[in-house]
Every structure is written in C-alpha cells, then in structure tokens.
Design a protein around this ligand. Structure first.
Ligand SMILES: [Zn+2]
Length: 729
C-alpha cells in the first residue's frame, strides 16, 4: 500500500507533496514574529540573497547556481517578518473588510517565506545534510509560533468572520466561496470563536495531546529496544539464509550477547521473518512479542496513553462543537463524517473475508501436505502462504527486470502513456540548474505545443535522500500570482554502475506511474488561488489521481511500447506478464483485511462519546473488531491499539481509512474509462478538465460526479485487488 505525505504546507503560498511514509507525515504551517537578533544576519545577506526577489529563471524555477546554505536562515527570518507585517496590515486596515482586501490579500502574502520554504524543505527530503537538519530543528518552533500568531490574531479573525457572516451577499464564484469558507473554518477549527476560558482549555488539551503523543512515540522506540527475541542456537533458525543468520548474530553481538542471535521487531503485527522460520515455537514467540507490544506492566505500557488520548481528543472535539473527534477530523475530508468512512470499509468486509477464507483453506491444505496436524494460527500464515506462493506463482524477478530498463520505462512507458492520454510531451532542459547532478529537468508541453510547466525527475537513491517515493513542488500553479507549476518526483531507484543499464522491479515501474499521477495533478492545475492548487486536496482524495495513473502500467498498448528486453529489444512474453499479474493478487485477502481491521479500529476509537473512559484497551479493541465482523484470529489487524503509531503518535487519527477511500475512487475511475474507450485523448481531456485541473477549487465528490456521472462503488476496487474473479481486460 502506498502512503501519503501531505507535507509541509508552508504559509499560504507553498508546496504540497504527496505520497510517502505516513509516519513522517506532518502539516506544518509556518508563520511568526521577527526578532531583533535576526536583523544583523538579514542585513548582511540583503543584496545577494536569491530568495529576496523572484527567481529570474523560467517559471521562477529556483536558481541553484546562486543559492547557498547561508541564504536560508536570513531568508526565513526576513520571510516571517515580511509575512507578519503583511498580516498586520490586513488586520489593521481601516477600510471595511472585503473579500479582496482580506482573503485575497492573505493569499498573496508570504512570498519570500514561500520561496525559501519550498526550496529548503525539498532539499531536506531529497539532498539533506547535518547543516540542513540542524537548521530545520532550529526553525520548527519559530515557524510554529509564526503560525499561532496569525491564527490567534483576533482583529484578523473578526474581518474574516464578518465576511463569512455575509457570504451570501458577496456574489462570489465557487472557488472564492470555498476559499472564504476554508479560511474561516481553519481559524474556527483552531478555536478562534471560543471565549477566553474555552481557548485556555483548548490550549491545555493541545499541550496534553502533544506530550502524550510524544510519550507514545518514545515508548514505541523503547519497546523496539526492549522487545528483542534472543535465540541461543543456530539450529532454531533453520529456514533463514546465511546472511540473515549472520545479521542476527551481529545484532546480538552489538547488544553484548556474543554467540547468540537477536531478532528485532518492525512496527506492524506481521513480521517478515515469520515467512522463513521453520521452528514453529520460535515463530509463536516472535508473533506474541509483536502482538503483545505495549501491554506489559512497565513504563512502556502504552494502554493508559491510548485511553487518555482517545478521551482528550473527544473532549477537544466537543469544546469545538463536534460530537466526536472523528466528526472534527473528517469534516475536512471527502468522506465528510465517520459514518461514511465506516460504511465504505464495512461494504468491503464480506468479499474480503470470503477471500481470506479461501486463502486460509489453501494454507490449511499446505499444512496437511507438509505432514502437520496443527491448526492455522497467526504465526503460521506467512510461513505456509510462502509455500503456496512458491507452488502456484513462482516468479523469477531477475528475469522480469530485464524487460524494465529505466529509460525505456520512463520515456516509452510513463511519458508515452501520458502523451497518449493527454497529448503532452516532455522536453529536456539542460539550461536550468539543478541541486544534484542526477536530477533531470523537463519542460512539459501541452497538446497544442504551449508550455505547461517544469518537471524535475529525481529518481535515483542516494545517502542524502530519505526513503520512499513522493511528489512535491518548487512553485504551485496560480492565476492570481501569474505562476506556472514547477513540480518534482522523487524515488529511490538504485542506479546501475557506469555503463550498465538500470533495471527496475515491477513495483518500481508501477510507482513511477503513480508519482507521475501526482505530478500531473500539480501540472494540470488551473486555479486562481495558490492555496487551492493541484494536490492541496483532502487526504482521502490526494491518492486518487496517482493510483489511477498507476494502472496504465499494465495497459496492453503501453506495455507493448516499453516492456522490452534491454539487450534484445524483444517484447515481454505473455506468460511471464501473466505471472506478474497473478503474483500481484496473491494474499490480497489477508493484506486487505489486516488494513481494513486497523482502519475500522481507528474509527471506533474516534467515535466514542466525550467523557467515555476506556478502562480496558484490549477489550475495547476486541469488541470493536467483533462489532465490525473482522475479528478473525489468523488475520490480526495490521496495527493493534498499543502500537498504532499512525493514530496515536502521528497525524492519521480517524484518517487511516484514507488510502482505501482514494483507491476506491481510482479503481472505479479506471474501470469506467476502460469501459468507455480506454487510453485516448478524448478520455484524457475529460479527466483533466473535471478532475486534474480543479485542485481544491471545487468539492472533490462534485468533481468526481461531474466527470463520472455518479458516485463510485467498491466493486472495481475488489477487482483491482483480485478479490473477485473478474476477467482480466
Ligand atoms: Zn501517492
């Protein structure tokens, strides 16, 4: 499952990214007061600092020939100072508030801060170093304070509120109406409408929430250290490769246990080592250590934190006028309320459970075939599933890779498919400076030959880049600011040595299409206001365009154009391709159910009434799973309550369902297009017009309905995951 990063939404004017590790997802809104101390440094760099004025390059692409590390800090200081002065001027304007002098003025504010933030945070992901990390830590509290100083500006809020009160008389177009609504909501959701006592309560709750999530996160780190399974003899490790065994030996050595073997846990219920370990008792030990994490009577018992966090969130939601925390969070998402998200997940349960049952049958047959009598327990699933996979779907991944050479995949696959669908072309621009030699810049040309924007391709792994794959931007499109998009895609493909071809796995190919889907959401953006551009859409919508484009990976016409042997140029054989397809659907019942169970559990916690005290976390969890028909012993939730970091340590509370919500849209959309002519310019234009150009200037479900003619249903998702028996088209 791919993950999202709705990243670093700095000030009104800056970059949004999509797609990456959920755990490091953060929405940072920056803003703040200036300091005396900053004056000297900003004075010094005044003339030369490239962030102080618009870049002279095409579409204000960052001028990496001129940008140096020393420019960042003074530009942030000056950026915050300038932004705050602009905000003060809006708040203190003696003229009556108008949409133009308040809301539009806010959209235009913070130019320097936007410019420096987008470059700095992109480098901190793609090409970081100790200096950058240090400055990032130093800036975080300042930017948080900057944000608070804007949100808690009572005069500013009074202007926004007066406009919102008479919104029906303002004669605004849809996008402007949404902008006013979202701006107003953003302040209200932070507590702007509460009285002083209530605001103090919110601040207290916020501070408790913040320390509890930190405590939960730290406990998980300690649990990872504590929860080491020590094995005395090599014999117990039968089934593992020599290199796996030697890494367990060195893990033990580094913990002062020479001669032994140490197994550490990853933060999901499933542990990949269970696939290979023959020793059933050891498998059980590992699984129990994983599943019982955070329940010991020690400092790392996370159960009280889970209970308290749930209670405090319900309390905060209630203070702000919502029934539950889920209602507060989901109001901003496409689902709109927890019931809609629950319904989507529950609608999937019967089909998914039935697939799990047939997978379990195959596994039980394999247990018998291996001469064993025991029941199927959770610690058996992956061990025997792997044997089923080997028997039914054996696939030589090195052989497959020979048909996925990097340049062919990019140019004859990704660029080709986008050309067939949208008529766009990619022209390399060697004259635009880059931040690292591997990065290639393309100018994207529209179907009529006009220029759309810039696309930076940064596909290769390096030590200075964080893991995963994601899209982000240096500049987002906006008619108001007369700005074209400058977009990036990042991946972590291992580059082949000089002179050798870089060959990709099927997953990497599909990820390349996926990220291009996000990139075109940014590239085709055609909106007036910067804060509504491209991927600045709700979390449960942002993965829709990317997951949709992913599926061209396997379109026969596209495949025929790119999947060619890197030496002979021969097409990938049908039989091999079919194996790739079949292997993709393997174990999807388990994968889908463990995800759905966790997503439903998340929603149960965040729909409790204010004042509910959870005295028994394990019972709450078991009841929640039973209530939703997903309490299946052999398929535990991907995360149990006590180590559900997305929800209790990260920003995904009441939001873990979002991946599946986006995928429902993507699957429904792809199937619909497939049934109506498939890969064609006409289809591409319609999709671009109603979906990809709209950003958040229009309600997402309305965008979908305007294109599709109806709301999506879950059937196509089941087919996409191979959870029914569809004919493959
Ligand atoms: Zn994505």
């Amino acid at each position: 499952m791919r993950k999202t990063l709705l990243a670093v939404a700095v000030s009104a004017a800056v970059s949004l990214g999509a797609c990456s590790d959920a755990n490091d997802s953060s929405t940072t809104e920056n803003k703040t007061a200036s300091t005396e101390a900053s004056k000297d440094s900003s004075q010094q760099a005044k003339e030369a600092n490239p962030f102080y004025k618009p870049s002279p390059l095409l579409y204000q692409a960052p001028d990496f020939d001129a940008i140096e590390f020393k420019h960042f800090e003074p530009a942030f200081e000056k950026g915050m100072e300038e932004h705050m002065a602009e905000i003060e001027a809006i708040a203190n304007n003696s003229a009556e508030p108008t949409f133009e002098n308040t809301i539009v003025a806010m959209e235009k504010s913070g130019e320097i801060l936007g410019r420096v933030s987008s470059v700095f945070y992109n480098l901190s992901s793609s090409n970081s170093n100790e200096q950058i990390r240090e400055l990032q830590g130093k800036l975080a509290p300042k930017l948080a304070a900057h944000s608070d100083n804007i949100r808690l500006n009572a005069k500013l809020f009074a202007r926004i509120k007066s406009l919102h009160d008479k919104r029906d008389e303002l004669d605004l177009d849809t996008a402007s109406e949404r902008l006013l609504e979202d701006t107003y909501k953003g302040f209200v959701r932070a507590g702007a409408e509460l009285n002083e006592d209530e605001q103090q309560q919110i601040r207290d709750v916020n501070s408790q929430l913040s320390s509890l999530t930190t405590e939960f996160r730290n406990s998980l780190m300690n649990l990872t250290k504590e929860n080491v399974i020590v094995v005395d003899s090599k014999e117990e490790l039968a089934g593992l490769s020599d290199s796996q065994i030697s890494s367990l030996a060195s893990a033990a050595e580094s913990r002062d246990m020479p001669g032994k073997y140490a197994i550490t846990l990853t933060n999901t219920t499933r542990q990949s080592i269970l696939t290979d370990l023959e020793n059933r008792e050891l498998r059980q030990r590992i699984w129990e250590a994983s599943s019982n994490r955070g329940t010991g009577n020690t400092e790392t018992d996370t159960r009280p934190m889970v209970a308290k966090l749930t209670q405090l969130r319900a309390e905060k939601a209630n203070l702000l006028g919502y029934d539950t925390w889920g209602d507060y969070v989901l109001e901003e998402n496409m689902a709109g309320n927890p019931e809609a998200a629950q319904k989507m997940l529950r609608d999937l349960v019967p089909a998914v459970v039935s697939n799990v049952e047939s997978e379990a049958e195959e596994i039980r047959a394999m247990i018998k075939a291996e001469g064993e009598q025991h029941e199927l327990k959770p610690w058996d699933w992956f061990y025997y599933a792997e044997k089923v996979r080997e028997e039914k779907y054996a696939i030589d991944s090195d052989e497959v890779k020979k048909y996925f050479e990097f340049n062919r995949v990019l140019e004859d696959g990704v660029f080709y498919a986008m050309n067939q669908l949208f008529g766009i072309t990619f022209e390399e621009r060697n004259d635009i400076p880059v931040y690292q030699d591997d990065v290639v810049v393309y100018e994207v040309k529209d179907v009529d030959g006009s220029s759309l924007g810039l696309f930076y391709a940064d596909y290769y792994a390096r030590d200075s880049k964080r893991g995963g794959a994601w899209m982000s931007s240096f500049r987002t499109q906006s008619e108001l600011m007369n700005q074209k998009p400058v977009i990036l895609n990042n991946m972590n493909i291992t580059k082949a040595p000089e002179g050798e071809p870089t060959l990709l796995s099927f997953d990497e190919v599909s990820t390349m299409f996926h990220e291009m889907g996000h990139a075109l959401h940014g590239m085709f953006s055609d909106v007036k206001y910067p804060s509504q551009a491209g991927t600045s859409v709700p979390r449960d919508y942002v993965e829709f365009p990317s997951t949709f484009q992913e599926d061209w990976t396997l379109n026969p016409k596209v495949i025929a154009n790119y999947a060619k042997h890197y030496e002979t140029g021969e097409q990938i054989p049908d039989e091999l391709l079919q194996k790739v397809l079949d292997a993709r659907n393997f174990n999807q019942g388990f994968d889908t159910l463990e995800y759905i169970s966790a997503a439903l559990l998340d929603l149960e916690y965040h729909t409790v009434e204010p004042g509910t005290e959870i005295s028994d976390v394990e019972k709450f969890e078991q009841d929640a799973l039973e209530k939703n028909g997903v309490a299946i012993e052999a398929v535990p939730p991907r995360y149990r309550s006590t180590y559900f970091a997305h929800v209790f340590a990260g920003g995904y509370s009441a939001g873990y369902y979002a991946y599946m919500w986006s995928e429902v849209l993507a699957a429904d959309a792809f199937k619909h297009m497939g049934n109506n002519g498939g890969l064609s310019l006409e289809n591409g234009q319609a999709f671009r017009k109603e979906i990809l150009s709209k950003g958040s200037s229009k309600d997402p479900m309305q965008q979908y309905i305007d294109w599709r003619g109806q709301e999506p249903t879950v059937e196509a998702l089941l087919e996409r995951r191979g959870l029914t028996n569809p004919s493959i088209d």
